[in-house]
Design a protein around this ligand. Structure first.
Ligand code: ATP
Ligand code: MG
Length: 231
């Protein structure tokens, strides 16, 4: 059996005594894109934080390429190339776009940088502007580019398209697919069903802190997820 890039078993956790995520098991293979859908407050962000180490687990195991990383902190997981694009406060307002994008040390004169700058001309236009002066949608784009530029084995993107205009959402989807073809894996918490349809190999639906369904990509994916969200 092929070892999965990320293998999660019975994961639970939350905020201090408040338990949010309950007994989640999932796995993501090399080059796979898993989307996570679910209504507001069901625990998508909390799950992402448990995976990146921003929150401690209360139960369960996380394995990266077969090695147990459950006890690793956020820094150690980042060193193992788990990248996390946060839903909120995802850029440093006092720094320029250029400096925000250079924080990982990975954004230089390389193919990935050129891909991102060519894909999103607005990023280049705003290169020397303080990120705090950008619009919400522009900030999300900077955050997305930073997470992509980290070149993670697995990249967690938490609602990357919030406030982003449709043509750039489609471009984000193209970047994710292009990077996945190169063998990178993604978990994307997302409300935008068009993006889910564009990028998902699988789509999990969360409710009350649990993963309640898992759909494979198909022509009926959008309909199935939508039905479930309306329940
Ligand atoms: N810092 C916190 N302390 C205590 N409870 C929290 C905290 N952050 C979130 N929660 C609670 O955890 C639950 C899940 O929140 P979470 O942000 O993970 O949901 P979500 O699915 O990402 O929602 P959204 O779609 O709005 O982003 C909610 O009930 C929320 O109130
Ligand atoms: Mg969230």
């Amino acid at each position: 059996m092929t070892v999965k890039v990320l293998d999660v078993k019975d994961l639970s956790g939350g905020y201090g005594d408040i338990s949010v995520v309950r007994d989640i098991s999932l796995s993501v293979g090399k080059g796979e894109v898993m989307c996570l859908a679910g209504r507001n407050g069901v625990g998508k962000t909390t799950l992402m934080k448990l995976l990146s180490g921003a929150l401690p687990l209360t139960k369960g195991q996380i394995a990266l390429n077969g090695a147990d990383i459950s006890t690793f902190n956020a820094f150690e997981r980042q060193q193992k190339r788990i990248s996390h694009g946060l839903q909120e406060q995802s850029v440093f307002g006092g720094l320029t776009v250029r400096d925000n994008l250079s924080l990982t040390g990975k954004l230089g004169d390389n193919a990935l940088t050129h891909l991102l700058i060519e894909t999103f001309p607005i990023i280049k236009k705003r290169y020397d502007v303080q990120a705090g002066k950008l619009s919400g949608g522009e900030r999300k784009l900077v955050s997305f580019c930073r997470a992509i530029s980290e070149d993670g084995l697995i990249t967690l993107l938490d609602e990357p398209t919030e406030g982003v205009q449709p043509e750039n959402i489609e471009r984000m989807g193209n970047v994710i697919l292009e990077q996945a073809q190169r063998g990178r894996s993604f978990i994307v918490a997302e409300q935008n069903l068009t993006l889910i349809e564009q990028i998902a190999d699988t789509c999990g639906v969360m409710d009350h802190g649990a993963l309640v369904s898992l759909y494979q990509a198909s022509s009926s994916l959008r309909e199935s997820v939508l039905q479930e969200l309306l329940l």
